[in-house]
Ligand binder design. Structure first.
Ligand SMILES: [Ca+2]
Length: 249
């Protein structure tokens, strides 16, 4: 027990003796210092240099940020200007669209008004009797006096109603007395007006006619039919067919 205590005292004495030994000084770039201090100063210098480098980078970054902010503000200003211009253009586009629709409506009204002008008169061709024929024959009045709206066809003798409406038609004829005269004003397949004259050998010439108001649907056909075995005189505008639109219904 005493021996162990003696060994412990001797070990502590040796250790304390070593701590009291003087440290060796070294020379560095900053001057003379102890090794630990030199190491600390060296590491401190490195850290300081890194901090300075970071600070420099930070300042450069801040400068870049300022420049980018300025560019961003400029871009935002230009964007706002562009948006304003887009709004102005949109407004102009809406105005033009409204004007276009208005113009289209006016054109439509004008077309409708133009379509409402339906007037025609025409006479039979030649300078001799037309008929008699064995079958009913549509008279073709080829001598067109007027044909506003082109609803009357001078090649077929048929008037086709361009719109639903109230129309007025008239027909007149001149004829000799050697054959009877019998004319129908036809609406599609139905006769709605009639002219008639008896055969009279002592009657050198006859003149007659008829007229009436007719309501037509769009596409209805109106024409003059010469009844079989009768005749009229062609030419000199004595045998005529006329019509016009009074108003739409
Ligand atoms: Ca007669």
């Amino acid at each position: 027990m005493n021996f162990t205590l003696c060994l412990l005292v001797c070990f502590c004495g040796l250790t304390l003796g070593q701590e009291d030994l003087p440290k060796t000084e070294v020379t560095t770039e900053t001057g003379s210092c102890f090794p630990d201090m030199c190491k600390f100063l060296k590491e401190f210098g490195a850290v300081k240099a890194k901090l300075e480098a970071v600070e420099t980078n930070l300042k450069e970054t801040e400068s870049h940020v300022v420049v980018l902010k300025q560019k961003g503000v400029a871009l935002e200003t230009r964007l706002n200007e562009s948006e304003s211009q887009v709004l102005v253009l949109k407004e102009k586009g809406r105005t033009l669209e409204a004007k276009l629709k208005e113009t289209e409506s006016q054109v439509l009204v004008l077309k409708q008004k133009e379509a409402l002008k339906v007037v025609f008169s025409a006479g039979l061709p030649g300078n001799s009797a037309i008929g008699p024929f064995d079958t009913p024959t549509t008279l073709i009045y080829t001598r067109v006096i007027t044909n506003l709206g082109n609803a009357y066809n001078q090649h077929t003798g048929i008037f086709v109603a361009p719109v639903r409406g109230m129309y007025y038609f008239s027909l007149s004829y001149h004829a000799g007395g050697h054959h009877p005269v019998h004319l129908f004003l036809m609406k599609n397949n139905v006769n709605i007006l009639e002219c008639y004259d008896h055969m009279t050998l002592n009657d050198g010439a006859d003149n007659g006619g008829n007229a009436g108001f007719v309501e037509l649907q769009q596409g209805d056909q109106v024409y003059v039919q010469l009844v079989a075995n009768t005749h009229v005189w062609g030419g000199s505008y004595t045998t005529t067919f006329s019509g016009h639109l009074l108003h739409q219904v």
